[in-house]
Design a protein around this ligand. Structure first.
Ligand code: DX5
Ligand code: ZN
Length: 216
C-alpha cells in the first residue's frame, strides 16, 4: 500500500488559511494534520477550537487532530464537534488512557495515541489492539521545523513487532522532521502515515512536494 501523507497546517500561512486549506484539498494529501498546543504539556501555544472549525469549514480532507494538551478528556467532544476525524492524545498526558480511547470511539472518531521520543513502545502493549493510530513523535513536540531523531527507525520496528504480535490493525504515523531524505527509510521501517509540516509548506511548490512524498 502506498504511504499516506498528512501535511501539518502548523507550518501554513495563518493569514491565508483558506487558501492553504484549498491548496491541500487539491493535493494528494490523505489528511490535514492539526497540531493543538496548550502551553503546558508543550511550551508552545498554537491555536484552538475556532481555528480548527475554520479549517474544517474549507477542508475536503479528513482532519487528523493531534492534541498536545494536558488532560485531553476535557476537550475530546469539542474537537469532535469542530470536525476532528482522528483524535490523537499523548500517552504522557493521560492518567486513564484506556478510558480516553473509549471516549474517543464513543464520539465516533478514530483514536490515536501519540508517544514522545523518550516513551518506550512497550507502554502500549496492553492497549495497542484498541488504538487505530500510534503517532510516534520523531521530534520533541512543541514546534515545527525541528531535526528528526534518528532513534525513530528502531522504535518503528519495535512498534511494528508489537502490532503484529498482538494481531492489531494499528497504523503507524510519524510526526516531526519528516522530509524526502528520511521518508523512504521510514516507509521501509514500517510507517503508514507521514506528517510533514515545514518540509511541505517551506518548499517552492507544496503540491509537488506532497506528490513526491506520496510516491516514495
Ligand atoms: C510538533 C508537531 C508536528 C509538527 C511537524 O510538535 O506535532 O506535527 O508540526 O512539523 P515539521 O514537519 O516541521 O517537523
Ligand atoms: Zn503533530
Amino acid at each position: 500500500m502506498s504511504i499516506q501523507i498528512a501535511p501539518s497546517i502548523l507550518a501554513a500561512d495563518f493569514a491565508n488559511l483558506q487558501k492553504e486549506v484549498e491548496m491541500l484539498n487539491s493535493s494528494e494529501a490523505d489528511y490535514i494534520h492539526v497540531d493543538i498546543m496548550d502551553g503546558l504539556f508543550v511550551p508552545n501555544i498554537s491555536f484552538g477550537l475556532p481555528v480548527t472549525e475554520a479549517i474544517h469549514r474549507h477542508a475536503t480532507k479528513p482532519l487528523d487532530v493531534h492534541l498536545m494538551i494536558m488532560d485531553p478528556d476535557r476537550y475530546l467532544e469539542a474537537f469532535r464537534k469542530v470536525g476532528a476525524e482522528t483524535i490523537s492524545v499523548h500517552l504522557e498526558a493521560c492518567t486513564h488512557l484506556h478510558r480516553t480511547i473509549q471516549a474517543i470511539h464513543h464520539l465516533g472518531a478514530k483514536s490515536g495515541v501519540a508517544l514522545n521520543p523518550h516513551s518506550p513502545v512497550d507502554l502500549l502493549s496492553e492497549i495497542i489492539q484498541d488504538v487505530d493510530i500510534v503517532c510516534m513523535m520523531s521530534v520533541n513536540p512543541g514546534y515545527g521545523g525541528q531535526k528528526f531523531i534518528e532513534n525513530t527507525y528502531q522504535k518503528i520496528s519495535r512498534l511494528k513487532d508489537l502490532i503484529i504480535s498482538k494481531g492489531a490493525k494499528t497504523k503507524i504515523e510519524i510526526d516531526g522532521g519528516v522530509n524526502l531524505g528520511n521518508a523512504p527509510k521510514l516507509k521501509e521501517a514500517g510507517a503508514d502515515i507521514l506528517v510533514a509540516g515545514s518540509f511541505v509548506f517551506n518548499s517552492a511548490n507544496p503540491l509537488d512536494t506532497i506528490k513526491e512524498l506520496k510516491s516514495i
